[in-house]
Structure formats: C-alpha cells, structure tokens
Write a protein that binds this ligand. Structure first.
Ligand code: FAD
Ligand code: NAP
Length: 339
C-alpha cells in the first residue's frame, strides 16, 4: 500500500475556520489508487471515510471519528480544442484559483468571475460554486466520480448533476460520490458576464472600457481581497448562509417596511434576498462573543478570532437564524458542510 495513514491528526491546518478537532485517521490521496486504498483501509477499520479538499466550506463541530481523506491529486489537461471551444479537465486536488489563473493564461475564458474562490476543483461541483453572476454549471462539461457503493467509475453530464443555487446531486447523495476529476467547457472567444455592479464599477475605476477576461479576474480579486477576510489571517468559511429565496408576496411585505431591502427577482418567480443585508440590518455586523464573531465588513461571514470551537460558531449561527426568522419571517440556511 502506498497510502500514508496517520492517526489522531489535528485538522486545524486543513479547515479555513481554523477549528482544532482531530481526525481518528488521516491520509492524502494523490491519485485514484490512493483513493481506492483509502476506501479499502477505512472498510477494514470499520470507519467511515470523509473526503475533504481545501476545507474552505466545512464547519467541524467535534473530533471526526473517520478516515479523513484529503484530495491532493494533480493534473490539468486540454481534452478538446477546435480553435474556439476548449474542454479542459482538472484533477480533484488541484487548487481552484491557480487553476482559474492557468485557464486565463492559456487564453481560455469562462472561469474569470470565479476567481479567488478558495478550495479545490473536486469540491467545486458540490455546491455548484458561484460568484458575480457565474456558477460552474455555466461552464460545466462533465465529471468523473467514484461510486463508493459499488466501486465503479461514473461520468456525469450537466443534466445528471442537478445543479441549482449552491446545490447539486452530490450534496444530497452524501457520502456516495467521490469526485475524481472535473471537465470545463471554455472558450477562446470572449463572452464576459458583467451584470454585477461592483465588477463594472471596479473596471471603470481602473479606466478599462474593453475588458479582457484577465481584467475581470483582476477586478474581482481586488474587490474580494478588500471585502473578505483572508482565512490565513482570520478563520472563516466565506458566506455562512445561503441567500434565501422567498415568495414575491413576502418580499413585497418586507419592502414596505424596509424600502432599502436588497432583493433580486428569479426566473422562477421567487425573490432572492441578500442574507448579508438582513443580518446587517438586524445589527449583527461586527458582533463578537468570545472568539466567534460576525465579520465587521461582511455580515454574511462568520469568523473565528482564534480559539472558537465549531460549537461556538454553530451556536452563534443559530442565534442569528432565530433572530432573522423573528424579525423578517425568513429562514436562513447554513452553507458550509457541518460535521
Ligand atoms: P471542502 O470544504 O474541503 O469540502 C466541502 C464539501 O465537499 C464537503 O462536504 C466535502 O466532503 C466535499 N468534498 C470535497 N472534495 C470532494 C471530492 N473530491 N469528492 C466528493 N466530495 C468532496 N463558495 C462559492 O460558491 N462562491 C464563493 O464566492 C466563495 N467564496 C468563498 C470565500 C472564502 C473566503 C471562503 C473561505 C470560502 C468561499 N466559498 C465560496 C466556499 C468554498 O470556497 C467553496 O465551497 C469551495 O468549493 C470548497 O472547496 P474545498 O475544496 O475547500 O471543499
Ligand atoms: P454583494 O455584491 O454585496 O451582493 C449581495 C448579494 O446580492 C450577493 O450575494 C448576490 O447574490 C446578490 N447580487 C448582487 N448583485 C446581483 C445581481 N446583479 N443579480 C443578482 N444577484 C445579485 O455580494 P458579496 O457578498 O460581496 O459577494 C459577491 C459575489 O461573490 C456573490 O456572487 C457571492 O455569492 C460570491 N461570494 C460567495 C461566497 C461564499 O462563500 N459562497 C463568499 C464570498 C462571495 P449571489 O450570492 O446569488 O451571487
């Protein structure tokens, strides 16, 4: 066996909240063989297997009584290129943002709006990562996953992934699919998506009238760096709650009471409210209880000032959820995966 398995490993360096819980067993998978060995090893030990990538969308609330397998597989390849349309495949353990920069350096556009999202390629389909008006479903060309129930490999098409807002089939069939590699349909032709106000504004500030995909990427990196705490400095998992989808009737009722309510109409007739606006309006921005807090610049981001436990963060999240429901009749759903 080539897989290196360690016992009682602190997961603090492996989750962006910086929460110090231990994994009963821990290993890194560099290729498909390692993944299969890890599954067999966990079965022999009668332990579950928890796969992680960069740990940037996790809330760890207790020691993990499992074999934690961190995906560390690498490799990027161009599978198809007709001069305009390109299909690129990347291994699950590739870090997302460097992968985005690699595509841009090749002259391939499509991923620029998803710049500077932490984590790995393999986790990106889990919640159909999205930012600034683009989700990976918009550039998705397929993925290969290992069915942990049968040990077989399966290729998924776009339709089979059931992608939705911060959601996919993989989030629902928990523990079944281990994503090994993901394919993206990119283009040498440029079709920028610039509907989100801050992106247009930042390009204008930089005096850029005809933006390239790399210009958009740089603009988004600069906006994100100003607004979001760097997990290396202040533990966090990005947006802690999903933006809630509510009925038009409720949005209209709230708008009467709060004329500055931030709400975006959706194609299915619902309204998307900005969860950060609701939390800010309720007075939580900058709140701190011990080492668990709400970021002072971005109310949607819960932070760990150092020694917060996952339970501390979960407790704060619950208080916020209850308060938001009481004030606005809106139920906030947690975005990170809780273990
Ligand atoms: P992890 O946190 O390690 O895992 C997340 C989930 O996926 C877990 O349930 C895990 O079991 C599962 N998983 C991981 N890898 C695999 C695999 N190979 N196969 C099967 N299951 C797997 N998200 C957005 O959508 N948009 C954003 O703009 C955004 N901004 C962020 C900003 C900051 C500062 C932070 C800290 C987070 C942000 N996130 C954002 C959330 C996070 O970066 C993404 O969800 C990212 O895709 C998580 O990747 P990861 O490798 O860290 O996954
Ligand atoms: P923002 O610009 O302050 O806007 C607040 C919310 O309004 C966003 O979450 C966004 O929803 C929505 N919104 C803004 N402009 C919109 C438009 N033109 N059409 C439809 N919806 C619009 O948001 P932010 O917090 O700084 O984040 C910027 C982008 O990065 C967002 O897309 C956000 O999702 C993403 N982001 C995600 C995470 C995460 O962990 N999931 C963390 C940081 C940033 P959407 O969220 O649906 O886009």
């Amino acid at each position: 066996m080539t897989l290196q398995v360690q016992a009682r490993v602190s997961l603090k360096p492996f989750n962006s909240f910086g929460i110090d819980v231990r994994a009963r067993l821990f290993a890194e998978a560099h290729n498909d063989t390692d993944v299969r060995e890890a599954l067999a090893y966990a079965a022999v030990q009668a332990l579950p297997l928890l796969v992680i990538g960069g740990g940037s969308n996790l809330l760890l609330t207790q020691d993990i009584d499992a074999l934690v397998l961190r995906m560390a597989s690498h490799g990027i390849r161009v599978l198809q290129d007709d001069g305009v349309h390109v299909v690129v495949e990347a291994e699950a353990g590739e870090a997302w943002h460097p992968f985005v920069l690699w595509t841009l350096a090749q002259g391939f556009s499509g991923l620029e709006n998803l710049s500077l999202i932490p984590g790995t390629v393999g986790a990106a389909p889990m919640q159909n990562i999205g930012a600034y008006g683009v989700e990976i479903k918009d550039v998705f060309a397929g993925l290969t996953a290992l069915d942990r129930h049968t040990g077989e490999l399966r290729d998924f098409s776009l339709a089979e992934c059931n992608f939705a807002y911060r959601d996919s089939l993989f989030k629902h069939e928990v523990g079944r699919w281990l994503i090994l590699r993901v394919r993206f349909a990119l283009s040498r032709a440029v079709h920028l998506k610039l509907e989100y106000g801050p992106v247009q504004q930042r390009l204008a500030e930089h005096g850029i009238a005809q933006a390239t995909p790399s210009d958009v990427s740089r603009a988004i990196c600069s906006i994100r760096s100003e607004k979001l705490p760097d997990p290396a400095v202040l533990g966090n998992a990005g947006s802690f709650f999903k933006n809630p989808l509510v009925s038009q009737a409720l949005a209209a009722e709230l708008q009467l009471q709060y004329p500055d309510l931030v709400a975006y109409p959706q194609s299915d007739g619902q309204m998307k409210l900005a969860a950060g606006w609701l939390i800010d309006k309720a007075g939580w921005k900058g709140f701190r209880d011990g080492d668990a807090g709400v970021h002072r610049l971005q109310a949607l981001v819960l932070v760990n000032y150092g020694a917060a436990t996952g339970q501390d963060i979960a407790g704060l999240a619950l208080r916020i959820q209850q308060d938001i429901e009481k004030r606005f009749k809106v139920v906030l759903e947690m975005e990170p995966n809780r273990y």
